[in-house]
Design a protein around this ligand. Structure first.
Ligand code: LMR
Length: 393
């Protein structure tokens, strides 16, 4: 049986993690996988998470199963964090999932189940795992223009023109904030235009929001998701707690579904069914910590403060890098880095430059020139800036 298995295409981001580990040079810089690192290169457990874990250890009396779609208190807390009061609570069904990726996977399966012929519109580029999961599920994908290589901003006219070709019954995958891999994002005015296209075509939006709080702030980063959800009758939202709670390995995510089924509750039942088929009960530990933090005034305030510190530190690194590049290169070519938001920026350089950075300067970024800003610190920014200028010559 197993002789029929074939070698799978390696995941570009995870391959890079291994390459970095294998590199013996001591001055190497990791700008690969999307994990936050502080100025000493550590990925700390957030204070509020530690405090919640301690409390949980004291209070938890059982590890018995919770529910197929997770603890309703987790769903309520996350729906409120992401959607605020943009839509009536009764129209939202939700299921906890193993991380944001689990939510993405469940969402695609749900669409496949509801409408096997649905085409999925994805930004060009998008997070590679979006494409990989769609391919694995045999779902048709259509790339819509997103990144303008000249400006390193959004090709908004291209995006609108391409999304106008979507039909009722298609799915449009959007990044709620902090676009991965580019760091280039729409303005709220542009989101409004995009929403009008969704309304015109009747295509269903799916929003992947994995970096709420890493861009312009917790509320600001949710604004687009809320505007879309409030404007259309049906919507899917895959949210991750990996980054903004720093609980990557706990696998904590949630799939939300806005549908017109307040009476029948088919949506909630389908989410439970899909969880049961794929993994049965979702992981609980991370979800419980998030619920505790969001519902405790003190823990929540401390979490928000620490998250804001993280956001501002990444913003400062962006500004420092743009400035260093400007000074060393004598041009504004890389000024967009300070405008981008979130963890990533796509430099817009060739794979040859990316390779040169790796081979000659031991700087690791993804092959499409995506760099993780949080992999830098004030000491390594000038090193990177010089290496970029040298490698681009
Ligand atoms: C990334 O894009 O680097 C992160 O979302 C981690 C991952 O799983 O790829």
């Amino acid at each position: 049986m197993f002789e029929n298995l074939q070698q799978q295409k390696p995941d570009a981001i995870l391959t890079l993690v291994q390459m970095f580990r294998d590199d013996r040079r001591c001055d190497k810089i990791d700008l690969g996988v999307g994990v936050y690192k502080d100025s000493s290169g550590n990925t700390p457990v957030m204070r509020s998470v530690k405090a919640a874990e301690q409390k949980l250890w004291e209070l938890e009396t059982t590890k018995s199963y919770v529910a197929l779609t997770g603890d309703p208190a987790f769903s309520d807390s996350m729906v409120s964090l992401v959607l605020g009061d943009a839509v009536p609570a009764a129209s939202v069904s939700a299921a906890a999932t193993p991380g944001g990726t689990g939510a993405v996977r469940q969402a695609f399966e749900l669409v496949k189940m509801a409408r096997p012929s649905a085409r999925v519109f994805v930004s060009n580029p998008t997070w590679p795992n979006h494409l990989s999961i769609l391919e694995y599920l045999g779902m048709e994908k259509v790339l819509y223009r997103y990144f303008d290589n000249e400006t390193c901003g959004v090709d908004f006219n291209g995006l609108i023109a391409d999304l106008k070709t979507a039909h009722k019954g298609d799915l449009v995958l959007l990044h709620g904030c902090c676009h991965n891999p580019t760091g280039a994002n729409l303005t709220m005015l542009q989101w409004q235009e995009l929403i009008a296209v969704l309304q015109e075509t009747g295509a269903v939006p799916m929003i992947d929001i994995a970096y709420q709080g890493f861009g312009d702030g917790l509320e600001e980063d949710a604004a687009a998701t809320r505007a879309v959800a409030a404007a259309v009758p049906e919507c899917l939202i895959a949210a991750s707690c990996s980054k903004n709670f720093g609980i990557y390995r706990e696998r904590t995510g949630i799939l939300m579904m806005i549908a017109n089924d307040t009476e029948t509750k088919v949506a909630q039942g389908t989410l439970a069914f899909l969880n049961r088929q794929n993994f049965s009960f979702p992981p609980d530990h991370g979800a419980r910590l998030v619920t505790m933090i969001l519902n405790d005034t003190h823990l929540r305030a401390d979490w928000a403060v620490e998250l804001e510190e993280i956001r501002l530190s990444m913003l400062a690194l962006r500004q420092q890098l743009a400035k260093e590049l400007q000074e060393r290169g004598g041009s504004d070519r890389f000024a967009f880095i300070a405008q981008h938001r979130g963890m990533f920026s796509r430099l817009g350089t060739t794979p040859a430059v990316v390779q040169k950075l790796r081979d000659e300067h031991s700087i690791y970024m993804v092959g499409d020139s995506r760099m993780n800003i949080a992999g830098l610190n004030s000491r390594t920014v000038p090193i990177l800036a010089q290496a970029i200028i040298t490698s681009c010559l």
